[in-house]
Design a protein around this ligand. Sequence first.
Ligand SMILES: Nc1ncnc2c1ncn2[C@@H]1O[C@H](COP(=O)(O)OP(=O)(O)OP(=O)(O)O)[C@@H](O)[C@H]1O
Length: 240
Amino acid sequence: MMSPAAEPLASLPPPTGPLLTGRGLFKRYGRQHALAGVDITVKAGEALGIVGPHGAGKTTLLHVLAAIQPPDSGEVALQGHRIDRLGAAERGKVRRRSFGFVFARGKLVDELTTEENVALPLLVSGVGRCRALAEARTRLERLDLNGLENRRPRELSAGQALRVTLARAFVHGPRIVFADEPADALDVRTGEETVSTLLRAAREDESAVIITTRDRDLVARTGTTMEIREGLITGGVMAA
Ligand SMILES: Nc1ncnc2c1ncn2[C@@H]1O[C@H](COP(=O)(O)OP(=O)(O)OP(=O)(O)O)[C@@H](O)[C@H]1O
């Protein structure tokens, strides 16, 4: 029998238990504790906000949960299947198949058009160019970005660029979208609109979303809120 970590995750049935769990997560950079024993559970379709000050461990937690980097100790499981000890190639597959990502300032590829940027997660997974671009255009339309398909990232406003990254994060139908300080580079109003759009897209797609922020007003818009300080979850979970 295959170990849980080696089982293919592509064919997993829809989750019945928790979608993603982190247990006893520790991560250190030299002597600096970035995560000091975090337990976290994300349910299917849940909108989870993680709030905390600079250096609290938000990005590190997101990276560990999203299999971008392994924890020093502790476990991360997607639908009960360990993903924290997979090799880099397998973790890459899990990320491409099951996760979407939104980062502050967009991180779009300058050389590609808007629609090519959105299609990227499909193209790297082997979906044909025509189908990938058609899906990208549908996603752009749903986020009121039609007309911008052939622009380059430098020809977009900051708010538009971030909405394009939202379209890209959802284009392949991920189970979870990780958004690291998505409103960070935006003015308050554009930031709020972006987070509302992100939450709406997640609801429509029945994806879970995890949003980190330093902004308490912004985090109050998510369904479940957690506070992190010095690598520890300090605030209780409050369901909206
Ligand atoms: N690559 C790294 N090398 C050394 N220390 C790091 C590294 N990444 C993070 N840290 C440290 O780990 C701690 C947690 O950092 P992290 O980036 O996870 O916090 P954060 O809550 O996302 O902060 P911010 O809101 O400023 O982005 C901080 O003290 C930070 O300085």
